[in-house]
Write a protein that binds this ligand. Structure first.
Ligand code: PGA
Length: 259
């Protein structure tokens, strides 16, 4: 795990966008997209680069991490709609190249299995963007999720219902069930970019990065992945015990190494 502490959320977004841009420029690739507030600045940065003509996504495919069960794709709070509004409709992904889970599927287990097969058939995810929940979830893998889990249905914690109530009204209005890529699925992506900004994420970041690998903090499983970049601002880093070491190491990193 490489922990990179940056002064502002804008610096986090620019650094994440640089990694994604380099990947996209190398040729056809598969991006794993997260929804939520965290990646918004990164998506804005990528959209700006597209608008000035320096970047194109026409050879990229994308897979979403998760979806609410019971929301049709056209619902404004579905993650299908959200990613289109926040990013993919503003750039030039080809028709049919942005994939998400169908939260309305009658056979949710079948839908999950089909999604896994589609990711595998695409060649696997090159770069996966991840946020982190205040309860340590990644995707919607809530605490006590199996560290080897595959795409499946999950029940949201009270904490996540409260965190996401801002999009729906009250916690009771938030769908209680979701489909999410599993931790085992996410771990197969070749490069993971975990983004976090703000003090509300500081405790979850500390547990994920410096705590034990434990299902109680699902993001801690990323410690087992060979290529994880944790991009966080000062506020999200505020509970880390070894901040100076991370900053010093990053400061001395040879430029040729990249992220
Ligand atoms: P947020 O959510 O980016 O909206 O804070 C992150 C998450 O729940 O994974």
């Amino acid at each position: 795990m490489e922990i990179i502490i940056l002064p502002t959320p804008g610096d986090v977004a620019r650094t994440a966008a640089d990694v994604i841009e380099q990947q996209v420029r190398r040729g056809p690739c598969v991006l794993g997209l997260a929804t939520g507030s965290t990646p918004l600045v990164t998506y804005k940065e990528l959209t700006d680069r597209y608008r000035v003509g320096s970047l194109s996504f026409r050879h990229a495919q994308a897979f979403l991490l998760d979806e609410y069960v019971g929301l049709p794709a056209a619902h404004p709070q579905s993650y299908h709609s959200t990613i289109r509004d926040d990013f993919t409709d503003s750039v030039d992904f080809g028709a049919g190249s942005v994939h998400g889970l169908n939260g309305m599927a009658e056979d949710l287990e079948g839908e999950a299995a089909q999604y896994e097969a589609l990711i595998a058939a695409s060649g696997g995810v090159d770069i996966q963007i991840l946020g982190i929940g205040t309860d340590g979830h990644v995707g919607f893998n809530e605490p006590m999720s199996s560290l080897g889990s595959r795409t499946r249905i999950k029940t949201l914690t009270r904490q996540t219902l409260e965190d996401n109530a801002r999009f729906f009204g009250t916690p009771e209005d938030v769908p209680h069930h979701v489909l999410t890529q599993g931790l085992g699925t996410i771990r197969e992506a070749r490069h993971l970019l975990l983004l976090a900004m703000g003090g509300a994420k500081a405790e979850a970041v500390a547990a994920a990065v410096e705590g034990p690998v434990a299902a109680l903090c699902p993001a801690s499983v990323l410690q087992l992945h060979p290529h994880v970049s944790v991009l966080i601002d000062e506020a999200a880093a505020s509970r880390l015990a070894h901040r100076e070491y991370y900053t010093d190491t990053f400061g001395r990193k040879p430029a040729w190494q990249g992220l």
